[in-house]
Design a binder for this molecule. Structure first.
Ligand SMILES: CC(C)(COP(=O)(O)OP(=O)(O)OC[C@H]1O[C@@H](n2cnc3c(N)ncnc32)[C@H](O)[C@@H]1OP(=O)(O)O)[C@@H](O)C(=O)NCCC(=O)NCCS
Length: 184
């Protein structure tokens, strides 16, 4: 498992573009700590409104051994967060939320938060990831599809006002394995 406060170093093309265009406001991704609760609740309030996690839920993501949270941080504080739970028994990781403040969207931060969650799952030996997303949340669905998640089911009335959710899944168990073709 990655250590608390460890900064994820993902230097993809998206990040380098972002750094070039915004050197004064570099966004770092790291595992969240209990002291991040207030900043994370601000993200919940601003990004999810009535559907936000309450502080007990976020506290549980920060405290539980089978859960974790990552945050995106600038010099001004936390601008994004993502949370996950990891079931080693079922071999599956569930992403509970990914959120980025409005001013920081479209710059690859959501992508990096999602990558950080996947790195944390992999560090725990988990290679199957899943999440639920509202069927009309186009930005989020695009983010997940671009990262290899596929819609596998519709969950009727998943959200509080009866809105449906897509169940999206990604499996990386076979990634990097060589396919051997027997000579005939
Ligand atoms: C969904 C959400 C997390 C996406 O966050 P984000 O930071 O905007 O996501 P990214 O920037 O990584 O990717 C989004 C788009 O930005 C663009 N982008 C990525 N890197 C970029 C860069 N370096 N420069 C410019 N644009 C870039 C991409 O074009 C991408 O769009 P695409 O899907 O067409 O490829 C954000 O919209 C959000 O917080 N929504 C509200 C909360 C929510 O609904 N969360 C999902 C709950 S399931």
């Amino acid at each position: 498992m990655l250590k608390t406060q460890t900064e994820y170093k993902t230097f993809g093309a998206r990040e380098s573009t972002y750094l070039r265009t915004s050197m004064t406001n570099i966004v770092k991704i790291r595992l969240a700590a209990p002291g991040d609760l207030e900043g994370m609740m601000r993200i919940e309030d601003m990004c999810f409104g009535n559907e936000r996690f309450d502080s007990d839920t976020v506290r549980a993501y920060l405290a539980r051994k089978d859960a974790f949270a990552v945050v995106a941080v600038t010099k001004d504080g936390i601008v994004g967060s993502a949370m996950g739970t990891a079931s080693s028994r079922l071999g599956c990781g569930r992403i509970g939320s990914v959120a980025v403040l409005g001013d920081h969207r479209g710059k690859g931060v959501g992508n990096r938060l999602l990558e950080a969650c996947e790195m944390e799952f992999r560090a725990r030996g988990i290679t199957h990831f899943l999440l639920e997303v509202a069927v009309d949340n186009i930005d989020a669905i695009k983010l997940y599809e671009a990262n290899g998640y596929r819609i596998n089911n519709v969950i009727g009335g998943y959200y509080s006002r009866g809105k449906d959710a897509y169940l999206m899944e990604k499996d990386v168990a076979m990634e990097g394995r060589r396919v051997r073709i027997k000579p005939s």
